[in-house]
Design a protein around this ligand. Structure first.
Ligand code: SF4
Length: 424
């Protein structure tokens, strides 16, 4: 049988992260059958607080991405039937649709095993107001499922003098969140366990830093898509002991490849930085497509989300570390400051040839800031940009022909500039 040539040398140990995530969802289901609660949430990641209380917790965006990756069409349909326009946040739509299905309010093809697609219905919901869609999405779920919800309110900060007051503001709310968690669990909060959770988070961040450093190599022994394959180690498995162990295996495999001169793509011709989120339903497709064009995407936005910098995590100051995270990743900083806080720290050492800016059709907030971030980087590095359109999980907004044309155009500009330099 003829085997198809592959251009993306996938880092194989990333599969173990996927297996651990599936095992985690199974645990949520079996615990729920025993009457133990599962919480859902979205927005800025204060989830270590929930993990430390011993509650099962599912990050809404990651669960929506899982539904998209498993090509489950009914969540989106159930949200549309509820009155949601296709243009509204796809994470919200997939989540609200999942709630309707789990509640038995919307029919679906029973050959799909819901346990392999979504988490059990939540008994509490956590959200943040960094985006108005996120906030109202939490309120809606709270009313629809008749469950308590807790919201952390963040403010936009415009200069460094506002960091500390904003951190104090968030720390106070995190203390209130602990009170909310105590009511759900019916027991005093385990502050010692929070330190342990933060320690695992710090260890995971150290592994992610090693991967980021490996991506600086030429050729890089992995791709950004491999990093994204480990993403659930810090969204779903965050603060769990297995997370740093799994990431360590990925690091070791990449170090071994680096020693042998094996690249993440077969022939690395272009190095690209990716601004924005990802087409989660097409991660493997995208990795292979880019590799086939000789493109190694060596970094991107999600590398600096969800506690990526070990030096910013102090297990002895957990609330302060959590409160600093949205500032550090540029989420609550204004658009002038955000790129220097986040993208620039990562991209400046990657020696990239160009930038791809991902626009999310259903997320105005991220699409807008992505343009400013790209402009900041492109001007400093003197590299070209292209813009591609799609969505996190709603595949209907992705157009292969448009994507190909835009990326080909970017590569042609890079080629022309290289030729120009040779002729100088
Ligand atoms: S619209 Fe964007 S920022 Fe808002 S909740 Fe959806 S994905 Fe998050």
């Amino acid at each position: 049988m003829e085997t198809k040539e592959r251009f993306h040398n996938r880092v194989l140990s990333t599969k173990k992260v996927g297996e651990a995530v599936e095992a985690y969802y199974e645990k949520c289901w079996s615990d729920s059958e025993k009457g133990l609660p599962t919480a859902w949430g979205e927005g800025i990641a204060y989830f270590p607080l929930i993990r430390a209380a011993g509650l099962n917790y599912v990050f809404a965006d990651a669960m929506s991405a899982r539904m998209g990756a498993k090509k489950f069409p009914y969540a989106k349909d159930a949200a549309a039937d509820f009155g949601f326009l296709d243009e509204s946040c796809s994470y919200a739509r997939f989540h609200i649709g999942a709630s309707r299905i789990l509640k038995g309010d919307y029919p679906y093809d029973k050959s799909f095993d819901l346990k392999k697609i979504m988490a059990p219905l939540p008994t509490a919901y956590f959200n943040t107001d960094c985006c108005s869609a996120g906030n109202t999405w939490g309120d809606l779920l709270s009313r629809y499922l008749n469950i308590p919800t807790h919201t952390v309110y963040t403010r936009r900060v415009f200069d460094k003098s506002e960091w500390q007051p904003e951190m104090d503001h968030v720390v106070e709310q995190l203390k209130e969140m602990v009170g909310f968690i105590e009511k759900i669990t019916g027991r005093p909060y385990d502050w010692e366990n929070l330190k342990t959770v933060m320690t695992y988070l710090k260890q995971s961040a150290a592994m992610r830093e090693k991967l980021r450093n490996l991506l600086k190599m030429k050729p890089a022994p992995l791709t950004y898509f491999d990093v994204l394959s480990t993403f659930s180690a810090f969204t779903i498995l965050h603060g769990m002991p297995e997370a740093p162990v799994l990431l360590d295996q990925v690091v070791k495999e990449c170090e071994d490849r680096a020693a042998k001169g094996i690249g993440g793509v077969k022939k690395e011709k272009y190095r690209i930085y990716w601004i924005g989120a990802m087409y989660w339903s097409r991660l493997g497709y995208m990795a292979e497509k880019m590799a086939k064009m000789g493109v190694n995407v060596v970094g991107g936005t999600y590398d600096y989300m969800f506690f990526p910098f070990p030096e910013e995590i102090d297990p002895d100051k957990p609330l302060e570390s959590l409160a600093y995270a949205p500032i550090s990743c540029g989420y609550t900083t204004d658009n002038n400051m955000a790129p220097s806080m986040s993208d620039w720290r990562i991209v400046k050492d990657l020696d990239v040839d160009g930038i791809i800016v991902w626009e999310a059709h259903t997320c105005r907030l991220q699409s807008g800031t992505n343009h400013d971030r790209a402009d900041y980087i492109a001007r400093r590095l003197g590299v070209p940009i292209t813009y591609v359109q799609g969505d996190f999980v709603d595949d209907a907004f992705f157009n292969e022909a448009q994507f190909d044309t835009r990326v080909q155009g970017l590569l042609e500009v890079i080629d022309a500039r290289r030729k120009g330099k040779q002729g100088d």
